[in-house]
Write a protein that binds this ligand. Structure first.
Ligand code: SF4
Length: 395
């Protein structure tokens, strides 16, 4: 393993050689089809030309926790629904969440809209078309909600070809392998940023940063790095030391996720409408709609859990009917086992005691509301059961 002191990780000759090798490789092998990296006419930008910062910004936020192939259709739909930052700033929050539905980490969507509102506050509706409208430094971008250093660096280098380094997941992996780091990436951040700053090609930062991301995504992949085809293998210590690059970056020992059982009630009234509630605006799923329910307590049956939760959170009494579906769903910090029952309203008018709002909706209108992915499975199951029963509604 190479020991890195406080100095630079590579000599100036190595730096020049790595830059050249990456840029040459990128010109032939780069992912030149990514739509937000192209001009409006579909052609590639020249070195001094700017690209649409709004399109890049939206894409970078979507990519924060999600892969490119998943992001692509979301980005395309987003650009149809909110083609300019003004459309986004003035949109209803629910419309924004609906457009994001399925991408997860919904606070990213809310912050994107808040940032658009902050940027556009008090400016003319067409001002965003002019390049001078957009922030041109890291600090101004990072002052907006939900934008960290790598997102800001990527927007600046991609949109304006400004020399700003990046350090996303792909780039961290490439650098960790280049230096054969024995430390988990998240414990080595300041050194990895130093490497990114040192290697950045100040003359051509847009293509250089993109070459790193493309290399990480297509060659220096997490499990099967294709080192023989790598343009920088002769500078890579993980490769030259005959160690197994796929073991780098080393993982932190993670504890098993805690598991909770959640009872959910899909409640219908006498007209067949279904009860949904809107989560408070905090946490990753804030502002989304869901079916009511909550955590099972020790010694409780799932039927008791659902009855209690609906009484406590909505002030209603229900008859808990048959089980509709049960499944596990993992979040970054916990694993949930959802047990979902159909319920019938016996007594009470639902009140949003633990939510922002409650609403009775027709089955066919459920798709108009943004739901977390787990609730999407419940809706699917509900439709299947109703189809099988050949019933017009739940009543
Ligand atoms: S030689 Fe292999 S491990 Fe090193 S950067 Fe290239 S693909 Fe990654």
């Amino acid at each position: 393993m190479k020991k890195i002191s406080s100095g630079l990780a590579f000599t100036s000759n190595q730096t020049i050689a790595i830059r050249a090798a990456l840029l040459d490789w990128f010109s032939i092998n780069g992912r030149h089809w990514i739509p937000w990296k192209l001009k409006a006419d579909g052609s590639q930008p020249e070195v001094g030309e700017s690209l649409n910062p709004y399109e890049i910004w939206v894409a970078e936020v979507m990519l924060q926790q999600t892969q490119l192939k998943i992001v692509l259709p979301y980005w395309q739909k987003w650009m149809q629904v909110f083609p300019t930052p003004f459309d986004l700033a003035k949109a209803d929050e629910e419309e924004v969440l609906l457009c994001w539905q399925g991408l997860g980490y919904y606070s990213r969507a809310r912050r994107l809209q808040q940032s658009a509102q902050m940027l556009l506050n008090g400016v003319a509706t067409t001002s965003y078309i002019e390049s001078k409208f957009w922030p041109k430094d890291l600090e101004s971008w990072m002052a907006l909600p939900g934008i960290g250093r790598t997102t800001a660096g990527s927007i600046l280098s991609s949109a304006f070809n400004y020399p700003s380094a990046i350090l996303d997941g792909n780039v961290k992996r490439v650098f960790s392998r280049l230096i054969a780091s024995s430390v988990p990436s998240n414990k080595n951040i300041s050194l990895l940023w130093k490497i990114s700053d040192q290697l950045l090609d100040k003359e051509n930062p847009r293509n250089f940063n993109q070459s790193l991301m493309d290399l990480g995504s297509t060659v220096c992949t997490p499990r099967n790095p294709n080192c023989l085809c790598c343009p920088i293998k002769k500078h890579c210590i993980a490769y030259s030391s005959n160690s197994d690059p796929s073991r780098i970056p080393v993982k932190t020992n993670s504890k098993p996720l805690p598991k909770e059982v959640i009872g959910i009630g899909i409640v219908c009234d006498s007209s067949g409408k279904i009860l949904i509630d809107k989560r408070l605006n905090n946490g990753v799923l804030g502002g989304l709609w869901e079916f009511p329910g909550g955590k099972q307590e020790n010694g409780e049956s799932i039927v008791q859990t659902i009855s209690r939760e609906l009484q406590e959170e909505l002030s209603i009494k229900v008859d808990v009917l048959d089980e509709l579906i049960s499944f596990e769903h993992s979040y970054s910090h916990k694993k949930l086992l959802f047990i979902v029952h159909r319920c019938y309203l016996l007594e009470g008018i639902p009140k949003p005691l633990a939510s922002k709002e409650v609403r009775w909706v027709k089955l066919e209108d459920l798709h108009r509301y943004p739901f977390p992915a787990a609730n999407g499975k419940m809706i699917e199951a509900l439709f299947k059961v109703l189809e099988a029963d050949n019933l017009p509604n739940l009543s």
